[in-house]
Structures are given as structure tokens and as C-alpha cells.
Design a binder for this molecule. Structure first.
Ligand SMILES: C=C1C[C@]23C[C@@]1(O)CC[C@H]2[C@@]12CC[C@H](O)[C@@](C)(C(=O)O1)[C@H]2[C@@H]3C(=O)O
Ligand SMILES: O=C(O)CCC(=O)C(=O)O
Ligand SMILES: [Fe+2]
Length: 336
């Protein structure tokens, strides 16, 4: 028998914190300092004056809305999400569920052109919009990563961006749609449990960097302290919210934080988000940067390939802390 677990929302605290807003048009060394500070303190920030043309964003959003407005059977033509394709309510392969439907796409041109035939009645229009959006977002991600490297005084400032510029980069685009959910109007027996107001359960993003755009409806929350959730208010002009992924935390030897976040469902408005996850090639080896290691700060994680990390990610539930599997075991911790 399935028993609804008691609602955890009553034991959670919601706190209001304003995330840093970073203006990419400000003076370069100032921007890189602010980026480093934001990644160390929050792992998240909002971005303004990012330079992505409105039209590129608009075209992508229109395609996304059009797709989610289709009848379920048509959307399923793009699926199942194994892991690329269309999914609804089931997330990943380990029993996670949420009030969300989504489309997960690889970001290489060939795969988008191919997949678009199963997604849209006008595949050329769809692939044109997606390829244009991905190209702009990838360039933006690289620009941010180079600035971060400058702020960290890393000798080779393309140390992060070269990973996602790789032709074999495993970057992803995820389109999420959270239909409005009002438990009172839902006949589902479990509907009154808090579980069903969760659109996308708490997790960290495994990749290097995530660039998220939402349709101005609130729902994203971050947790800097266990049990305390901070809603990220949609910024009227900040088109993007950026966050550090697990790989960047590992490469910066824990200086940057890959922070837990989740998406909750709005009771009357439909929410849509588009997340670009910048990832390296499966063969890429991830190790912490030498200039961030010192006698007092030994490496926190062992070196690993993205293929290894991804395998661990997909074998676990959303909420698991995957980086823990790669922690160095040092003698102090063994009490020796
Ligand atoms: C339950 C899962 C879904 C996920 C793979 C995983 O096993 C654990 C991490 C999940 C996550 C979170 C961030 C991204 O949305 C995502 C695409 C990713 O790379 O890791 C998802 C995975 C997914 O939905 O397939
Ligand atoms: O929809 C959102 O705001 C967050 C989605 C998310 O965290 C993800 O897709 O990994
Ligand atoms: Fe996420």
C-alpha cells in the first residue's frame, strides 16, 4: 500500500535573500571579482546585459510553448526520456517524480536536426530556433567561465570554457513545463501531500555550469542551509539565472558551491523554464586546479572522468550528493 508521507513543508523554513545581480557590461575585472564572490557565497546569481538577442530567446520560448501545448500522444513521439526525449512526471531512472513535463535534448546540431522531426510539425523552424539559442547560450557560458577563471587567477583562463567548447561536449538543453497545480482541484488521493507541489525535486546540477531562463513565474528555490529554502524571484530584466554545477565545485576544490535547488509548482500559473547544462566530453578528466590546492587546502575530490561521474549520477536519485562518492579520504578523517 502506498502511504502519503507527512507533509515536510511545515518543517521547512522559507527565507528571503536577494541573489547577486551581475551586469556583464560592467568593467571586466570588477565583473570577474563579483562572479567569484557570488559563486563562493551562493553558487547562484542573476545575469543582466548578457548580450543574447531578444529575438533568439523569443523564438526558443515560442517553440517550447508550442511543443508543450501539443496533445500528450504527439509529445510522446519525442520520447521516452532515456535520458534524451520527452518525459512527464517521472524524472530519471530511480523513481523520482514531480509535477513537470520536460524535453531533454543533446546540443549538437546533427542530433537537434534529427530529433526535431519527432518534435515539431515544422522541424526546420524548430531546429533553427534551438540551434541559434544553444549557440548563443554556449558562447555566454564560455564568456562567464573565462571571467570566473580570471577572477580565480588561473593561469590558463580557458581552462573551464575549453571543456564545453569541445566538439564532443555532452552539454544538454532541458525544457521544463510545470502546469498549474492546485491540490484542492485535484482528485488524486495523494494530492494533498506536499510531494505533489514539487515540480522538480531538490538536487544539484552535475555539470559545469547551468544557465536557466524562466517565463517570469516564480518557482525556483535554492537551499544554502539544510531545511531552509530561498525563493529566487524572477527579475524583470535579468533574463538568466546561472548556477555552479558539481564539476565546477570539484575543479575549484570546493571554493565554488554547487547548491541544492528545486522547482515548486505555481497554483494558478503555468511555468516554463529552459536550462542549458554546460558539460565536458565524456572522456574529459576533471581534477582540481593546481593553483587552488595548497598544503592547508589539499584536494577535496579525486580526479575522475565525466563518463564516470555521469554514470554515478544516473545510478542515483535526484536528492543524492554525488560528489561525496569522489571525496578524498584523508588520514585525519580516519582519526589516524
Ligand atoms: C534522477 C535523476 C534525473 C537526473 C539524473 C538523475 O539520476 C540524477 C540527476 C538528475 C539531473 C539533475 C540536473 C539535470 O536536470 C539532469 C538532466 C542532469 O544532468 O542530472 C537531471 C537528470 C535527468 O533528468 O535525466
Ligand atoms: O525549473 C527550474 O527552475 C529548475 C529546473 C532545474 O533545476 C533543472 O532542470 O535541473
Ligand atoms: Fe537543476
Amino acid at each position: 500500500m502506498v502511504v502519503a508521507s507527512p507533509s515536510p513543508i511545515r518543517t521547512e523554513k522559507i527565507r528571503d535573500i536577494e541573489l547577486p545581480i551581475i551586469d556583464l557590461l560592467a568593467e571586466r575585472s570588477q565583473v570577474s571579482k563579483l562572479l567569484v564572490k557570488a559563486c563562493e557565497e551562493f553558487g547562484f546569481f542573476k545575469l543582466i546585459n548578457h548580450g543574447i538577442p531578444d529575438d533568439t530567446i523569443k523564438k526558443m520560448e515560442e517553440e517550447s510553448f508550442e511543443f508543450f501545448a501539443k496533445p500528450a500522444l504527439e509529445k510522446q513521439q519525442a520520447g521516452p526520456a532515456d535520458p534524451y526525449g520527452y518525459g512527464s512526471k517521472n524524472i530519471g531512472f530511480n523513481g523520482d517524480r514531480g509535477e513537470v513535463e520536460y524535453l531533454l535534448l543533446r546540443t549538437d546540431t546533427l542530433s537537434i536536426s534529427h530529433k526535431s522531426k519527432t518534435i515539431s510539425n515544422d522541424p526546420n523552424k524548430f531546429s533553427f530556433a534551438v540551434i541559434g539559442y544553444i549557440e548563443s547560450i554556449r558562447n555566454l557560458a564560455c564568456e562567464i567561465l573565462d571571467l570566473m577563471a580570471e577572477g580565480l587567477w588561473v593561469p590558463n583562463t580557458s581552462v573551464f570554457s575549453r571543456l564545453i567548447r569541445d566538439v564532443d561536449s555532452d552539454s544538454l538543453l532541458r525544457l521544463n513545463h510545470y502546469p498549474p497545480f492546485n491540490p484542492k482541484n485535484d482528485g488524486d488521493r495523494l494530492a494533498t501531500s506536499f510531494h505533489h507541489q514539487i515540480g522538480f525535486g531538490e538536487h544539484t546540477d552535475p555539470q559545469i555550469l547551468t544557465i536557466l531562463r524562466s517565463n517570469g513565474i516564480e518557482g525556483l528555490q535554492i537551499s544554502l542551509e539544510e531545511g531552509v529554502w530561498v525563493p529566487v524571484s524572477p527579475h524583470p530584466t535579468a533574463a538568466f539565472c546561472v548556477n555552479v554545477g558539481d564539476l565546477l565545485q570539484a575543479m575549484t576544490n570546493g571554493r565554488f558551491l554547487s547548491v541544492r535547488h528545486r522547482a515548486v509548482v505555481n497554483s494558478c500559473k503555468s511555468r516554463m523554464s529552459m536550462a542549458y547544462f554546460g558539460a565536458p566530453s565524456p572522456r574529459a578528466r576533471i581534477s582540481c586546479l593546481p593553483n587552488l590546492v595548497a598544503t592547508q587546502k589539499p584536494p577535496l575530490y579525486r580526479s575522475f572522468t565525466w563518463a564516470e561521474f555521469k554514470k554515478a549520477t544516473y545510478s542515483q536519485q535526484l536528492k543524492e550528493s554525488r560528489l561525496n562518492l569522489f571525496k578524498m579520504i584523508n588520514d585525519d578523517q580516519n582519526g589516524e
